[in-house]
Every structure is written in C-alpha cells, then in structure tokens.
Ligand binder design. Sequence first.
Ligand SMILES: *Cc1c(COP(=O)(O)O)cnc(C)c1O
Length: 360
Amino acid sequence: MARVYNFSAGPAMLPEEVIRRAASEMLDWHGKGMSVMEMSHRSKEFVSIAEKAEADLRDLLKIPENYKVLFLQGGASSQFAMVPLNLLRGKSTADYINTGYWSKKAIAEAKRFCDVNIVATSEDTNFTTIPPRDEWKLNPQAAYVHYTPNETIGGVEFHEIPDVGEVPLVADMSSTILSRPIDISRFGLIYAGAQKNIGPAGLTIVIIREDLIGGASPGTPTMFNYETHAKAGSMYNTPPTYSWYIAGLVFEWLKEKGGLDVMASINKRKAEKLYTYIDNSEFYTNPVEPSCRSWMNIPFTLKNPELDSKFLELAREAGLVNLKGHRSVGGMRASIYNAMPEEGVDALIDFMKEFEKDHA
Ligand SMILES: *Cc1c(COP(=O)(O)O)cnc(C)c1O
C-alpha cells in the first residue's frame, strides 16, 4: 500500500515515522501488555508519557517557567469562549483583529461575553492582506488583544508578532504552532487545536501566563476554567490520552529533526517553491499580498474554474489528495504543515506543471 501526500487543512498528515512508531507500540506499550488507549490516565505509565510530552513541548518552544501548558479538549472553537470567560477579569471589553474566517468565528463567540472592539480589519481586501500595525485602534483598557497569526482558510499569516503594549496578547495558533520558533514571552495566552500541526484531533493545547489564571467570571463552568486544569495538571477529568501520547511522539520527532529552527527553514523553502511556481505561471493564481502569505496553507485558483474537478480528479490519481479549497473561498488549497515532506510539495508542483501543459 502506498501512502498519499495529504494536503488536508485538518485533520492533517502526520509524520510517517510517528505512525509507524505508534503502530509498533499499539498492542504492547513498553512491555506493559496494553495499548496507551487502555491505560488509566493516573497510572505511572501514562503520567510518564504525559510529562515527557510536556517537557519536550516546553523544550521545543522554549516556554518560560511562568507559563502553564494545558492539554484540553473541545478544540480551538471552545477557546473562543474560554478566552473571554477567563481573561476579562472584571473588564467589559476586548480587542480583536479581523483577518478572516477564524478571526470572525472568535469575534462572534466573544460578543456573547463582552463588547468586542474591532481594532483593525482586512475585510476591504477580501482578507488578502494584514491591516498595517500603525492603523490599529487599540484600546488601552481592553482586557486582552486577540488575533489569528495564521488564517488557515484565507492563507494569510503574520510573519511578526504585533506589539500591543501591556495588554495581554492572545493568539489562535491552531495552524501555525510549531512551524517556526516563537517568543512565548510576548503572549498572555496561546491556543491551538492539535489536528493541524501537533497530532490527532481531540486535543487542544493552551499555553498561558500564570498571572492570567484564577480570574474566571462568576458562573464559568468548572471545565471552562483554566484554573481547574492548571491545578490538576490537565487531569481534572480524563484527558484525551491517546492524542496526548501521539502529540508526544510528534514532539520527539521534531526534536530529532533538529527543532523549530530547522523546521522553519524547511517550511519557508517548501512554501516559497510553491508560491514562486504559482506566481510564474499564467494558469494558477494566489490572491494573497506577498508579504503576508502563509507558510502552512496555500490557496490557489485555476484560470478556468471549470477545470477544478478535473484537476482534483487527476491529482487524486497521482496520489495528491484533499486539495479542494474551503467552500467559502473555492479553488484549491495546499496545506503543507510540518509533516508534509518537501518531496510532497515537489510532487504537487510537478503535477501542476503537467496539468498546466495539458490544459492551458
Ligand atoms: C481549524 C481551526 C480552528 C477550529 O479548530 P477546532 O479544533 O475544530 O475547533 C480554529 N482556528 C483556526 C486558526 C483553525 O485553523
């Protein structure tokens, strides 16, 4: 059986080495006679898996001592509510940057809990740009500033962390975490659903500065309070044990590859290759302003949209799957997270060249 190159935005490809390792440990993890799925989350075996995963993540991202790492469920979408519930801390307003689909989702949910001040929006360019920092209307009284460093659907990415002064910066890093080094100390809180660049669906990682824990609004459900999970080492209730274990294997794999500096140079090279090919072609187009193009999600359209289904069909036959763009954008999208090997991007470009030659 041949594995395909899977360009899905999420759940996305995992490193083959990780899947092989999980397969080899499936029936009998380290001589314990059971799989990780069957272990008590309170057993010393699982606790060792959980602690190793956290230590490796801290090491990869150089997470400072005064930040907690939480292994939660509910997806990034639950964080859209957990962030205001926990970070408003008596304030009534929060700042949000609107750069597209996922920003809008976060904004809509936050409006249930507070006044949302839209600091800046790129709606006027149909979300193909990032609003210039000097035009942002930040409110110094805001409880926090929320943004989406990588818009998974629009393919727009911030290549620098915006300076927002003393107000805690909150980032939905679902589709960019671990793609490059980041300075965690610039953030109050980072969250990410696992199914893009961390591991399997079902796990959500939150990295939170300790002073932001403990101020949840009255009435916050126990499970939606960061303090609950921080105090219990993410084991207040049964955590997503198998996803946590696989995430740990991905962290080990990243360390073996050389860490995030190495991943960043590979990711940059992969993305630049594909953008360069698209830009030099008369047949394919990417609409995003070059300075804010995503390294992870690359949408593109064909000159003649009537060829879309043919393109997808032939790509599938060539072992290149899940290239269909999001329903809100149309066209194609290649998601090329850490686990997508450079050969996968090369194979896609070769296929696109052939298709262009035959259909231009
Ligand atoms: C995928 C994604 C989400 C939604 O994640 P769920 O885990 O499905 O809730 C939110 N934000 C961004 C940036 C995403 O890419």
